[in-house]
Design a protein around this ligand. Structure first.
Ligand code: DGL
Length: 267
């Protein structure tokens, strides 16, 4: 059950954090669905990748990000990171008195739609090894083979502005082509950085393979929870947005197509 501090003002921003710039793929979906909402985005690039860290470290980093967003007055927190959600959201929900929205790999829709009964998932080590991910997988793996692949190195390349590099294309091929050989017809992107890989993945994957990410589902859930707590912004003007990065500001600016100012901040 989500909690809510009764005194929250609905014009306050939605707080979004990720281990870096990838969570902007989720932010984009939220902004499209809820254009009047104000927001604050934290890119914790300094500590990326989260996916190779221990559960304890991921909890500490998620705690720090949440505390900063709450200090800035956020009314709800979107954990726009699969690794942080699968390792830390239970802790966050117990500790902080605001609603939380998390993101998890979309195993359920893929397992319901697969015809070949083989689906692939690309995610970080931290997500794949989490008990929350294993619990979800166990719910949907009856009669279905789920091929798990760690996306080692992908987040680092994206954080370093090498989204479309030859290095990235080679790495992606080495991860997804073996899954194609095993007959997947769905590829689940289990990391919020990965939707930015879709143009490259489309070139690599056969046409019959469907790529699924969780961005729209997270945006819909954010809207549902804000509605449930009467926290949707009453002001219908376009929302105002603040972006903070503790790594290179330029990479975040670029992924946002230079539409927003990004502030450098140490956190
Ligand atoms: N965007 C994060 C996720 O969704 C990346 C994790 C990482 O930093 O390794 O899992």
């Amino acid at each position: 059950m989500q909690k809510k501090n009764q005194n929250i003002d609905s014009s306050k921003p939605i707080g979004v954090f990720d281990s870096g710039i990838g969570g902007t793929s989720i932010w984009n979906e939220i902004n499209q669905l809820l254009p009047s909402e104000n927001s604050i985005y934290l890119a914790d690039s300094k500590h990326a990748p989260y996916g190779i860290r221990s559960k304890d470290e991921i909890i500490k980093l998620s705690d720090k990000n949440t505390a900063l967003l709450l200090k800035k007055g956020c009314k709800i927190i979107v954990v726009a990171c699969n690794t942080a959600t699968t390792n830390a959201i239970d802790y966050l929900r117990k500790k902080f008195d605001v609603p939380f929205i998390g993101i998890e790999p979309a195993i359920k829709p893929a397992s319901l739609k697969t015809a070949s009964k083989v689906i692939g998932i690309l995610a970080t080590k931290g997500t794949l090894s989490s008990s929350l991910f294993q619990e979800t997988t166990n719910l949907y793996n009856q009669g279905i083979e789920i091929i798990e692949q760690e996306g080692t190195g992908i987040v680092e390349l994206i954080e370093n502005g090498k989204l479309d590099s030859t290095e990235m294309v080679l790495l992606l091929k080495s991860y997804v082509l073996p899954m194609v050989e095993k007959g997947i017809d769905h590829l689940v992107l289990g990391c919020s950085h990965y939707p930015y890989l879709i143009p490259n993945l489309r070139k690599i994957l056969p046409e019959n393979i469907t790529i699924i990410d969780s961005g729209y589902a997270v945006a819909k859930q954010t809207k549902a929870v804000l509605t449930q707590f009467d926290l949707l912004n009453k002001n219908s003007a376009a929302g105002k947005h603040q972006f903070y990065a503790n790594g290179t500001v330029e990479v975040l600016k670029l992924i946002l197509e230079n539409r927003f100012t990004v502030l450098a901040k140490d956190f």
